[in-house]
Design a protein around this ligand. Structure first.
Ligand code: UP5
Ligand code: MG
Length: 204
């Protein structure tokens, strides 16, 4: 992707930290295109004729990471489609090159591949809170979400993968000075105000 036309922010944080919720707010503030890697994988899982359905289902339930080729391809395709629509859809032009990539990269190999094949992210928004808070939010959401991984057993596995596999990615970007950490323990609106201020600075 053309670096002068595309701005990518990665959005990371533990399971249930509030990535998706805050991305939705930032979309209305700044006209980002929001792409959740998890949502794209769930859509691919249910797409008729997908060769990856079973693999994705198993990984999501077990809280493990789907092989990076699958996820990077889905993201790349979704970005391309959004940019293409940008040429035709009214009101989208200004924000056409701004992407929030939510829940990705959560393993070092994905980060490297995306950097090499797609483009480099400007910054990482890192929503952090405690496991207690995340567990409570996920169990509450699990009552109605229908998500196959919103149960105690899967949540524990997701936490382990997050600590062992995703934290090193965050550390990697931290060493590059690319991480903005936002405490996501307070209310949705409080977190939103902080996130909005951070993004305003990044885009300035
Ligand atoms: N909520 C949110 N903010 C709140 C607040 N401030 N106060 C009170 N409540 C708040 O929020 C979770 C819940 O909390 C919601 O009910 C919300 O209302 C409430 P949400 O915004 O959905 O949190 P989010 O961080 O997006 O949580 P999510 O469960 O989506 O995070 P995960 O990172 O676990 O899930 P994701 O969909 O990204 O990935 C799922 C799986 O896909 C992974 O485990 C993995 O198996 C696979 N995957 C890959 O293999 N590769 C990838 O690159 C990405 C995913
Ligand atoms: Mg999410």
């Amino acid at each position: 992707f053309d670096h002068t036309k595309v701005t990518v922010l990665f959005v990371l944080g533990g399971p249930g930290a509030g990535k998706g919720t805050q991305c939705a707010n930032l979309v209305s503030d700044f006209g980002f295109c929001h792409l959740s890697a998890g949502d794209l994988l769930r859509a691919e899982q249910h797409r008729e004729g997908s060769q990856f359905g079973e693999l994705i289902q198993t990984c999501i339930k077990e809280g493990t990471i789907v092989p990076m080729e699958v996820t990077v391809k889905l993201l790349e395709n979704a970005m391309r489609a959004a940019l293409q629509e940008g040429r035709t859809r009214e009101g989208w032009a200004e924000g056409r090159g701004r992407f929030l990539i939510d829940g990705f990269p959560r393993k070092m190999d994905q980060a490297m591949k995306f950097d090499d094949d797609v483009c480099q992210a400007s910054m990482v928004l890192f929503f952090s809170t405690t496991e207690e808070v995340m567990l409570e939010r996920l169990l509450e959401r699990g009552k109605t979400s229908g998500r196959e991984d919103d149960n105690v057993e899967s949540i524990k596995k997701r936490f382990t993968t997050y600590k062992e596999t995703t934290m090193p990615v965050i550390k990697h970007y931290e060493a590059l000075g690319k991480v903005a950490e936002i405490d996501s323990s307070p209310s949705v609106e409080e977190v939103h105000l902080k996130a909005k201020a951070v993004v305003e600075k990044i885009l300035a």
